[in-house]
Design a protein around this ligand. Structure first.
Ligand code: 2P0
Length: 306
């Protein structure tokens, strides 16, 4: 069996768990599922548990993480799972979200086809919290109670571009860094502000108000990176090059080309823009000197390939 799951990019960020078992986020998050970057995953019988990622067999801790997730669905470990990220240049760009969404769909279809959607979402979160949002297309909210649902959104009005500043794997896992942020005295202020932003984002999406959507996205992004720096003794996933791209986007806005940026647990910048401005955006982003991958918003999340 073969499945595909697209990546998703959070506009309102998930940063912090209220509970690890079950996995529940400290604030709601809202993302867009991107059609053209994702993970394709297959399962076949084997003599032992094996997991191949982009052609390389996983070993040690990475393999054990996959085995632990597998055991949530089955104890018959004689399988070989093979997962490939479909965009060749997309290494390190939300691939754990699409990877676990695809793996989770594969396991549900193979071992637990009767599993209810809500229970499946909760099970997926053990692999990666952000993977829950790749189970659906469009704009998706992961709620504090662990459920996901669509947020009404004009998906065809918008696209995203990923500016690939550095695609090497990150040195500090978001899971570890998130845990550190939880203990910082500013965490509760972040939580309150991010909950408020999630409410405001639902309104902005309903009104199709691009400037409000973009401003809320940048605000959630920079607030999260501020909290990471505060709680990590100055640590940042962002580099000088990332900040230069944020500045370039701000300059472009001041000249009438509306684009907004966001970044996750790495230096790459994802740019949200209006579909009607794609040509101008392509011309502008080409001047930055980095590879850029474009994607429409996916209408469907994780799916079985025929
Ligand atoms: C997000 N990130 O909302 C945020 C923004 C990174 C920055 O979710 O611990 O792999 O496995 O639940 O989902 C990345 O963290 O973390 C993430 P776990 P996950 O997309």
């Amino acid at each position: 069996m073969k499945v595909y799951a697209p990546i998703n990019i959070a506009l309102i960020k998930y940063w912090g768990k209220a509970s690890e078992d079950p996995v529940l986020p400290s604030t709601p998050s809202i993302s867009l599922t991107l059609e053209d970057l994702g993970s394709e995953t297959t399962l076949e019988t084997s003599d032992a548990f094996k997991f191949t990622l982009n052609g390389t067999p996983l070993q040690g801790e990475a393999l054990e993480k996959m085995r632990t997730f597998f055991r949530l669905f089955s104890s018959d470990e004689k399988v070989h799972i093979s997962s490939v990220n479909t965009a060749p240049t997309a290494a390190g760009v939300a691939s754990s979200a699409s990877g676990f969404a695809a793996f989770s769909l594969l396991l549900k279809e193979t071992y637990a086809p009767e599993l209810a959607f809500d229970a499946w979402v909760k099970q997926t979160a053990y692999g990666s919290g952000s993977a829950t949002r790749s189970l659906l297309g469009g704009a998706v909210m992961w709620h504090e109670n662990g459920q996901v649902s669509n947020v009404p959104f004009h998906a065809d009005h918008y696209q995203m571009a990923v500016v690939m500043i550095d695609t090497r794997p990150k040195k500090v896992s978001s899971r570890a860094q998130m845990k550190q942020s939880l203990t910082h005295p500013n965490f509760h202020d972040w939580q309150r502000r991010n909950r408020d932003r999630a409410e405001a984002m639902i309104q902005a999406m309903a009104a199709d108000d691009f400037n409000a959507i973009g401003t809320l996205m940048e605000s959630s992004t920079l607030d999260m990176h501020g909290l990471i720096a505060l709680s990590g003794g100055g640590f940042s996933y962002l580099t000088d090059a990332s900040m230069a791209v944020f500045n370039a986007l701000r300059d472009a806005r001041s000249q009438g080309l509306n684009m907004y940026g966001t970044a996750d647990a790495g230096p790459n910048i994802k740019v949200l823009f209006e579909t009607s401005h794609r040509d101008k955006v392509e011309t502008f982003l080409a001047t930055l000197g980095y590879p850029v991958v474009y994607s429409k918003i996916a209408l469907e999340g994780a799916r079985i390939c025929t």
